[in-house]
Design a protein around this ligand. Structure first.
Ligand code: GAL
Length: 736
């Protein structure tokens, strides 16, 4: 009988305190995982509100018989220390909120009758567990916020697989796969290992390569067996390659077969053929120099903390690649959801992944957890072609030779195919990694003193910017990102720059704007664009999407001393035409004086109009390959006229805490957002849906976001937004 993995997310009970059996189930709340221990407003709350011990319970009977197999209870992530008790047996507490953990529950499971599972989840600030110990510029929230699974395995089973690719750029790519096989029995076992590779989108029965070997494994032991598959079955062109434009994903299947030919255990994984290397002169993907251009991402969401379902995790990857035009994202500062990483594999978005931590290094026990995190991160994620580097240093910590010698040694031992980095904030810190990964807050770009060199953060706290900030600041934020990205691209020895950061995020009182938000994103916490976000987006190829966004509210008095000089336009068009009323103000080319190294420099449009001069409507037309392809129109008498509602997905699942974004904005009749309008918007729902978020919501920066989720019933859900003096809006979602 093959192995089975069963999602174990439904039918949990939750109580927001540490309680024993004396509290009856009837006092618990029924919940589904992913789960946050506290729904909060998007800002202005106290982090003490989610720092408590909670109790989860689940009663269950086994839906599949054990039949001599072993049973594991797997957690993808729970914040931050988990104690599991099953049928009265308590397992050792797992310390760590970002790495997966697992318990062998075979010996305490009741195969026939009911099982009682109790979890005490400590979501307090545990100073013995990374990243805690000192202050931290991000919130950790609480809850069993990633999937829980039941995993049936045979007494001899495949524990993990690591696919390594070789000769990738030749017409004979090779694969070597480390298959980790665990014999839990007390006798030596001989089985057949059947290893197969399937190319992308393959629908036939025959694999493109196959190896069957006899494996003998000693009693009670773990064997790492390396399977070699020849890559002579693929085309001689590059179609097998995992690239940013065409990220081909292959499948590897390993099957253990007993001599009676019963399938015993199967494990499969996706992988890609690509080479990645940081060299002294830059980063190379598949042998070609690629300048890295990206943003940092926290896995944080308003209201639900970190308990975002698969759909929202995947969407974040799509936003970073398609809305922000990045080719790399850093999972600051911890291993993020595998749904996010899977999506990065699928769409061709490179990833810098790192261990949990924020400047503080704790004592030896704390460091031991951190070293375990290196192992857990790499063993979980080594098959993701998107991941190009492991971050094995606590973000921005001071040098610690012994600790970081060990994290580097371990990373290299576990994964000889990837380089390491360690993010530091000062040049000349001890360089124990392969790549000098450096947070450059100089407001410029420092000359690299060590290579290979990658800028892992810039801007951030140097220039926090809110969606309702005045025009000078709002545009300056975007210009700083544009200038630094341009400079780094022109500087020899710099592999690229990953700005701080993609999305505004919740933080502690020691950071941010006092309302528990760091307004460092190029998008707000709801994933709505700031102008800086449009700068990133404008670097996309116009063949992919035409981008045209003028950074102006087209007013005469919002900037100091009045006027509008100059107007910055983020666009990937060849030229723009600017009209005042019906008169042509001028035709403009990209500003390669101020942004010499960008693929699509912003346009800087002189606009000498001052208060008192004739003030007329502004029209900007984007020209690409001689044709007018985009237009923006800013009337001088703009008013908030209407609400606009949109959803990120038309159809979602009615179950399993699936949810999607509902975005609202207030616009004028030309669909320009009215950033200073803050109407109170009321939302109503018709149909089997439930909103998560503040309702009514007084818009900020003219916009906001909520989530819609199902109630368990299928059907059409209509969400309507209304506000005084504004045209209302409706949008539909199907609960499938
Ligand atoms: C860095 C830190 C980030 C964030 C950023 C704000 O020093 O690594 O986590 O706090 O500053 O600019």
């Amino acid at each position: 009988m093959p192995d089975e993995i069963i999602l174990f997310n439904r039918s949990w009970l939750f109580y927001p305190e540490q309680v024993d059996d004396s509290v009856p189930d009837s006092e618990f709340e029924p919940v589904t995982i992913p789960h946050t221990n506290k729904i909060l407003p998007h800002h202005s709350f106290d982090d003490e509100e989610y720092k408590f011990i909670s109790t989860y319970r689940k009663k269950f009977t086994l839906s599949k018989p054990l039949k001599g197999r072993k049973l594991f209870l797997d957690f993808d992530g729970a914040m931050i220390a988990t104690t599991v008790t099953l049928n009265g047996h308590t397992f050792e507490e797992y310390k760590g909120g970002y790495t997966p953990f697992s318990f062998d529950i075979t010996d305490c499971i009741n195969e026939e009758g009911e099982n009682s599972l109790v979890i005490h989840l400590d979501s307090r600030e545990r100073k013995d567990i990374p990243p805690y110990g000192y202050v931290i510029d991000y919130m950790l929230f609480g809850g069993i916020y990633r999937d829980v699974k039941l995993r049936y395995v045979n007494p001899v089973y495949i524990k993990n697989i690591f696919v390594k690719t070789y000769d990738v750029l030749t017409d004979k790519p090779r694969v070597e796969v480390d298959v980790h096989i665990h014999n839990t029995t007390d006798i030596e076992q001989t089985l057949l290992l059947d290893s197969q590779i399937y190319p992308p989108n393959y629908s036939g029965d025959n694999p493109s390569d196959l190896v069957i070997e006899e494996i003998t494994i000693e009693a009670d032991s773990l064997l790492v067996h390396t399977v070699k598959l020849l890559g002579n079955k693929w085309d001689s062109d590059d179609s097998h390659l995992w690239t940013l434009e065409n990220p081909q994903l292959f499948q590897f299947y390993a099957t253990l077969i007993k001599d009676n030919h019963d399938v015993d255990t199967v494990l499969n994984t996706r992988f890609g053929f690509r080479t990645v290397e940081f060299r002294d002169d830059g980063f190379y993907l598949n042998g070609d120099l690629l300048h890295l251009f990206g943003l940092n991402r926290h896995q944080m969401f308003p209201y639900i903390g970190q308990a975002a379902p698969q759909r929202l995790q995947e969407l974040d990857a799509d936003i970073v690649k398609y809305e922000l035009g990045c080719n790399i994202v850093r999972t600051s500062h911890y291993p993020q959801s595998t749904y996010f990483l899977d999506r990065c594999d699928e769409i061709g978005l490179l990833v810098f992944e790192e261990i949990p931590g924020w400047p503080h290094i704790g004592d030896k026990d704390w460091q031991a957890i951190s070293i375990r995190d290196v192992k857990a991160m790499i063993e979980r994620d080594w098959n993701h072609p998107s991941i190009i580097i492991w971050g094995v240093r606590i973000n921005e910590s001071f040098d610690n030779t012994e600790f970081y010698t060990e994290t580097n040694r371990l990373a290299h031992e576990l994964d000889p195919t990837r380089q390491t980095g360690g993010v530091r904030f000062w040049q000349h810190s001890e360089f124990l990694e392969d790549v000098y990964t450096f947070n450059d807050f100089s407001n410029s770009v420092e000359e690299p003193v060590q290579t290979p060199h990658l800028i892992t953060e810039f801007n951030g706290h140097m220039f926090p910017t809110k969606t309702w900030d005045g025009e000078e600041r709002y545009v300056e934020h975007a210009i700083r990102h544009a200038q630094i990205q341009s400079r780094q691209m022109g500087m020899g020895g710099v592999s690229g720059a990953i700005g701080w950061c993609a999305f505004d995020y919740n933080t502690h009182k020691e950071f941010g704007s006092g309302d528990r938000i760091c307004y460092h994103g190029v998008m707000d916490i709801f994933r709505n664009h700031k102008w800086a976000g449009y700068f990133y987006k404008s670097q996309k190829s116009p063949d992919e999407e035409i981008v045209l966004q003028a950074a102006t509210g087209w007013t005469m008095g919002d900037r100091s001393e009045g006027g509008n000089n100059p107007i910055t336009v983020f666009s990937n068009c060849d030229d723009i035409e600017v009209y005042l009323g019906t008169a042509l103000h001028g035709k403009f080319q990209p500003d390669d004086t101020n942004y010499p190294h960008l693929a699509h420099p912003p346009f800087t449009v002189p606009m000498e109009m001052m208060w008192g001069s004739a003030f007329d409507d502004l029209k900007i037309v984007g020209i690409y390959q001689g044709e007018a392809v985009a237009e923006q129109y800013f009337p001088i008498n703009a008013h908030p006229r209407k609400l606009e509602l949109s959803v990120a997905h038309d159809t979602i699942s009615r179950n399993d805490n699936d949810m999607t974004w509902v975005w609202v904005k207030v616009t004028d009749e030309h669909n320009n957002i009215q950033r200073y309008a803050n109407p109170i918007v009321s939302f109503s729902v018709d149909g089997p849906g439930e909103l998560i978020g503040t309702n009514p919501f007084a818009l900020i920066g003219g916009q906001a976001g909520l989530f819609i989720k199902g109630t368990g019933e299928s059907g059409k859900v209509t969400i309507t937004a209304t506000a005084a003096r504004l045209e209302s809006a409706s949008v539909e979602v199907w609960m499938g």
